[in-house]
Write a protein that binds this ligand. Structure first.
Ligand code: ACO
Length: 428
């Protein structure tokens, strides 16, 4: 007999089904609780609420495990390319050599963006935040592909939208960088692979020769893979929620980018580097900043530390810390910021405040140091995160639409005034 849970409300017992995942995770299915009993469950911040079942990504926060479609993040980061992982997330299986070539070629067909989009870039003031621009660009794409607004279009048409997004994202991210520097845009070079093409569009100057450094390509592939999906996080849940109203994929992704921007989510990578710079400028006294982070009267938090689901270590941070050492060594860079980061980690991990709260470095703690070594300015870091996360967001959207999931619409417990008569303004 299948497992059930019993709940007693107002002296009456209700039996609820228990759902078990393939990694033996358990959930009580409360979807009929309100119709049976009049009760809802309350869980601000969804700390203990499963919003969906999903076959894309598995993570165990206690053990520090992360798998995409059953493959460990450690193996994927070591052995796969980013587009191979994108294929895996979208399709569910690793591609054969031929399937990957076809996928890469299909992406290459769509790398150009409409020239008119340059006018939108022109209208942004110099210095406007790259993430604000990226949100606008994701949404603007829908204007050029109006058929994407039809929620009932064929699977083939939906696939084309997914490919377009994956193909145009590096072009747009590189344009955002060029807008920032005031330099002319560089067109895609479809002889190059996905990551090299992005680096070329970003760092090549129109008049100069530019060879993409293989150290950069390896590092970027790794970073993008490590960011490619992370199950029902804030931005993926946003993509699903917006998509559940049958808004277009472009609109859903624009919303996901917006959710990612916040400093408690992907925006933390920018904040980490700014924090490390601040510590350096202040004389490098790590203990002083640890104390600030512990002080409940001080809003300062140790950025890049703590995670909603990882309570032992973040496996991505482990890989990135090593990659950070490797990349800086290969590039011959001695960055004092890395030493400050390592010292901060060492001191925090011995401090009872961080130990008791299970606060460890997360994916954002070391990634910015690599991006900085490659020449990216800090306000581009979260754009890099979005570039990596895009296949994950699309895979989450694809799964949700394929399963025909209902519109997302949480309930609430109302705590405001009870009904009262309106008082005319001259009598208030
Ligand atoms: N520095 C200092 N204290 C912290 C930190 C931190 N970075 N993170 C959590 N805490 C403390 C909280 O003050 C709280 O203490 P209390 O129990 O005494 O009140 C306790 O640890 C639990 O923290 P919550 O904020 O309740 O945990 P939650 O799961 O809601 O938040 C989050 C997780 C947002 C990641 C948080 O740890 C944080 O703000 N970290 C810094 C920002 C960051 O690095 N974000 C990136 C996350 S990874 C990603 O999204 C890609």
């Amino acid at each position: 007999m299948s497992e059930t849970a019993k709940i007693i409300l107002d002296g009456k017992e209700y039996e609820l089904p228990v759902i078990t995942g393939t990694e033996n995770e358990k959930a009580i299915d409360i979807s009929n609780l309100r119709s049976m009993s009049g009760y809802i469950t309350l869980d601000t911040g969804y700390k203990n609420t499963g919003a969906t079942t999903s076959a894309i990504t598995f993570l165990d926060g206690e053990k520090g495990i992360l798998h995409y479609r059953g493959y460990s993040i450690e193996e994927l980061a070591e052995k796969a390319s980013f587009t191979e992982v994108a294929y895996l997330l979208l399709d569910g299986e690793l591609p054969t050599q031929k399937q990957l070539e076809d996928f890469n070629n299909e992406i290459k067909i769509h790398t150009l963006v409409n020239e008119d989009l340059q006018n939108i870039f022109k209208s942004f003031p110099t210095g406007s935040h790259p993430m604000g621009q990226l949100i606008s660009m994701m949404s603007a794409l829908s204007a050029y592909y109006p058929k994407s607004l039809d929620p009932n279009r064929s699977d083939e048409q939906k696939r084309r939208t997914m490919l377009r997004l994956i193909a145009k994202m590096p072009t747009l991210c590189a344009m955002i960088y060029k807008k920032r520097t005031g330099h002319p845009f560089i067109y895609p070079n479809n002889k190059l692979d996905y990551v090299s093409n992005f680096l070329n569009m970003t760092f090549k100057h129109v008049s100069d020769e530019y060879e993409v450094d293989p150290v950069y390509v390896d590092a970027m592939n790794k970073l993008l893979i490590l960011h490619a999906d992370h199950e029902q996080n804030c931005s993926a849940s946003t993509v699903r929620l917006v998509g559940s109203s049958h808004a277009s994929l472009y609109a859903s992704i624009a919303a996901g980018v917006a959710a990612l921007w916040g400093p408690l989510h992907g925006g933390a990578n920018q904040q980490v580097l700014e924090m490390l710079e601040q510590i350096k400028a202040d004389g490098g006294d790590v203990a002083k900043f640890i104390n600030k982070a512990k002080d409940k009267n001080d809003p300062f938090r140790l950025m890049g530390f703590g995670h909603r689901v990882y309570k032992n270590f973040d496996p991505r941070a482990k890989i990135i810390k090593k990659a950070c050492d490797d990349v800086l060594n290969k590039l011959g860079i001695n960055d004092p910021i890395l030493e400050i980061a390592k010292k901060l980690e060492e001191v925090a991990l011995k401090d009872s405040y961080f130990v008791e709260r299970k606060l460890y470095p997360n994916v954002d703690f070391y990634s910015g140091i690599i991006y900085r070594a490659m020449g990216f300015p800090t306000d581009m870091f979260t754009v890099m995160f979005a570039l990596g996360r895009l296949p994950g967001w699309i895979a989450q959207w694809k799964e949700m639409t394929k399963e025909g999931q209902p519109i997302g619409r949480p309930r609430q417990i109302y705590t405001g005034n009870n009904l009262r008569p309106f008082v005319e303004i001259n009598k208030r």
